[in-house]
Structures are given as C-alpha cells and as structure tokens.
Design a protein around this ligand. Structure first.
Ligand SMILES: Cc1cc2nc3c(=O)[nH]c(=O)nc-3n(C[C@H](O)[C@H](O)[C@H](O)COP(=O)(O)OP(=O)(O)OC[C@H]3O[C@@H](n4cnc5c(N)ncnc54)[C@H](O)[C@@H]3O)c2cc1C
Length: 396
C-alpha cells in the first residue's frame, strides 16, 4: 500500500484507534499502522474498567470524568452498547490502618466531585454476601463503570473506516525520517513508505522504541499484568471489587504493607470484574519483566489463591483462561500526550499504564484537537512529552 496522508498513527491499540477515529472525524486523512493483528497489545489482554476510585485527585481523575461522558455518548454515536455497564465498584478494606488511609483518600476524592463513600461491614456484606469475613469495611462508588475493550476498538475501527480511515495490520514501523519540508517518511518491514506531516506515536509499551526511530526520548516501561478468567457463572455480589492493599501501597502513605516476597515480586493486587459474557476477570499482577508477555504458573497460582481466599465460593468455579498484557508505564504515572518540542509534527499519545481503557476516548479527542487546532489546553501541559527532556540529558 504506502501513500500520502495527513496523519500516520503508529499502533492500533485502543489509544491509536481512538486517535485515528477522532482525527478522521475532524476531516484528517489517516492511516493507522499496526505491527500485529487486531488487539495484539495490552488493549486485547486487560480488564475493562472505567475506574475512578484508583485515581488521586488531579488530571487523571478529571480526564476520567470526561472520558466517562464520552463513553456514554459513544454508545449512541458508534451504534453499539460497547459492553458499557455501570455496576459500581467497592474497594475492600482488611484492617484499621487501611481504613484510616482509605477514609482520608475518599474524603479527598469526594471534594473533587467523585460520588464515593465508606460502607460499614454490614452495608458491605449486603452488596457482597460472598466475601470472606476478614474484610472490615469497604468503599463504594456508583460511578465505576466498564466497557468491553474489543467492542470499543472494533467500533472505532469500523466507524473510522466508514469515514475513510485506513488501518494496516502486520505492518511494523521500522524507520521514520523527516525531510527539510517537514514531511515524515515512515517505512514498514514490507519496505512500503507512508508519508505525512504528522505522526502520532500510539505504540503503548513500545512507544519509547518508536520515538527512538526519530531520535526522540519517551521513557516507557512495560509492566506486565496477568489475569485469570472464569467460566460463565451467576452473579457473585452486586459490584466489581478491588482490594485496598495495593491501592494503599500505591498512595505512598509510608504505611508498611505486610506482604510475602512473591506478592512483592508479582506486584499482586486484587481486581474482580464481571464481564458482559457473565464470566469474571480476576487480576492481576504488576511485574517489570521487560517485553515478556507470557503468563506464568506463579502468577496464575497467586491470583487464584488470593481470589479463592477473598471469595471462597470461587473454589467451586472453573478458571478457563489466563492472559497477560504489557501496561505502558511512565516514571510519574501520567500518560504522555502532546507534540515533541524538538520535532514538530511528532506527537506521542501513550503511557496510560492501568488506565488506557478508562481514558481512551478523551485521549483521542484531545489529541485530535491538538493536531487540528494547533493549540494545547494549559491543563494538559503536565502531560507533555517535553517534561522528560531534562531526564534525557541526564541519561545521555
Ligand atoms: C492485566 C491488565 C489489566 C488492565 N485493566 C485495565 C482496566 O481495567 N481499565 C483500564 O483503563 N486499563 C486497564 N489496563 C491498561 C490498558 O490495557 C492499557 O492502558 C491500554 O490497553 C493501552 O493501550 P495502548 O493502545 O496505548 O497500547 P496497546 O494496546 O499495547 O497498543 C499499542 C500497539 O502498538 C503496536 N506497535 C508497537 N510497536 C509498533 C511498531 N513499531 N509499528 C507498528 N505498531 C507497533 C503494538 O503491536 C500494539 O498493538 C490493564 C492492563 C493490563 C495488562
């Protein structure tokens, strides 16, 4: 194929497809180049949560509110329910110290506009009668929602194509050059050349490698997550679930979390979400193991042991699949969104770590505004790729 376009998007995960969809909607001629097949990256191996309760007040929470509204409107625009559900979520609390941290966190989130509260043990058990007795309380937010990532990607792709967007699978980008007139030439392994004045690097965990093809610096580390999937089962409780333990450690409270060496190595957290197919996704690990996206016996065993001890009825349920994906992690836990100061026309939209499903629609919409209007909202400066230029100087 090859050819000339207004924008080349590299990577057809949920972020690349969202960017492609919104750019095409704004009248841009877009090609999306993907090294693998459909949903080959993290977006095809993840949970489905549009999750609020994990987010500190700040830009991520603010954008999650906006993304939820976009999801609601996309259900109509894309003619598809997208597996969009609004079961709400609870964060399970095991001890007094976790409770204190979560009370403080919940009050911060409430003052930022999140509908969230602490439930007593009795209130918690009303919504979740199958929980182990160890949990002393929980949070509850009716806002936590979910969307089926495959359906979202499929619809962005189909609707984008109907408007003229091209998607080329099995087209790994291996070279990017820019000529004196500012036109990029992108080469794939098939030796085909695609040209455009704008490139969007939506390579997820691989975004650093893609940026390095043009000498740009994007600090991105793959963070593996493993998930186990159950057979179809009747509903177990009213909401989706997480444990406070991992969240509390992430909030950097200085609080010592009792954990085994294996739990630390695996970065084991607990997430329990019901799918539209009536199975449960149970996760997950957060491991730094390079680009290795295999599942492991150790990971699967740890996830199942934890799940069956938290929800004992799961001992009677069949676990039918395990998957692993590479979350794209940045050093400061915020996505990278914007144009590179040293290379005009080169944008990065990556680094959503555990929030890419939540933030996909708003990322695509904001990226398309940046490209088409040539302006950046001041609040988005903290997401700019240029915030890392100092680190690059120190590294080199
Ligand atoms: C276990 C697990 C659970 C998760 N749960 C949630 C959740 O509940 N809610 C949530 O919001 N997020 C969740 N996430 C995070 C979410 O999956 C990611 O943030 C999101 O999928 C990232 O999307 P992406 O498009 O940036 O990356 P990817 O989906 O990885 O897409 C990047 C694409 O770029 C392609 N690519 C790479 N290099 C090249 C190249 N040289 N040329 C062409 N193409 C290239 C790759 O093949 C890949 O398809 C979870 C992740 C995991 C692993």
């Amino acid at each position: 194929m090859g050819g000339s376009y207004d924008v080349i998007v590299v990577g057809a995960g949920i972020i690349g497809l969202s960017c492609g969809y919104y750019l095409t909607k704004q009248g841009q001629r877009v090609v999306v180049l993907e090294s693998g097949g459909f949903a080959d990256g993290a977006s095809g191996a993840c949970d489905d949560m549009i999750l609020f309760q994990s987010k500190k007040p700040g830009i991520n929470l603010e954008l999650a509110f906006e993304s939820l509204e976009l999801y609601r409107s996309l259900v109509g625009d894309l003619d598809d329910p997208l597996g969009f559900e609004n079961y709400g979520g609870m964060v399970l609390i095991e001890n007094q110290r976790e409770l204190e941290v979560m009370e403080e966190f919940v009050s911060q989130q409430k003052s930022y506009g999140l509908d969230v509260e602490i439930l007593s043990k009795a209130e918690m058990r009303k919504k979740q009668p199958f929980l182990d007795e160890r949990f002393i309380a929980s949070t509850y937010s009716p806002m936590d929602s979910q969307a089926y990532p495959f359906a979202v990607m499929h619809r962005f792709a189909r609707k984008g194509r109907e408007m003229g967007m091209q998607i080329v699978h099995h087209a790994p980008v291996i070279g990017i050059e820019r000529d004196g007139s500012g036109i990029f030439s992108v080469t794939t392994t098939q030796k085909l050349i695609y040209k455009a004045p704008v490139i969007v690097n939506a390579g997820g965990a691989w975004a650093g490698k893609i940026a390095s093809l043009v000498g740009e610096y994007v600090p991105m580390e793959p963070r593996r997550g493993q998930i186990v999937i159950t057979e179809k089962v009747p509903s177990i409780g009213d909401t989706n679930l997480w444990s406070a333990r991992y969240l509390v450690s992430k909030l950097k409270t200085g609080m010592e979390i009792e954990s085994t060496e294996e739990e630390r190595r695996l970065g084991l957290g607990f997430a329990f979400t019901r799918t539209e197919g009536d199975s449960y996704l149970i996760g997950s690990t957060r491991e730094y193991v390079g680009f290795d996206k295999r599942t492991t016996m150790e990971g699967i065993r740890a996830i199942i042991n934890q799940a069956t001890s938290f929800i004992p009825v799961l001992k009677d349920v069949n676990f039918i699949r395990a998957i692993a994906g590479l979350r794209p992690a940045t050093p400061d836990g915020k996505m990278i969104l914007g144009e590179h100061a040293a290379l005009s026309g080169f944008f990065t939209a990556a680094g959503h770590e555990g929030d890419g499903i939540s933030l996909a629609p708003i990322t695509g919409k904001l990226l398309a505004q940046m490209v088409c209007d040539g302006s950046v909202q001041p609040r988005l400066e903290e997401l700019s790729p240029n915030r890392f230029s100092q680190d690059r100087t120190e590294v080199s």
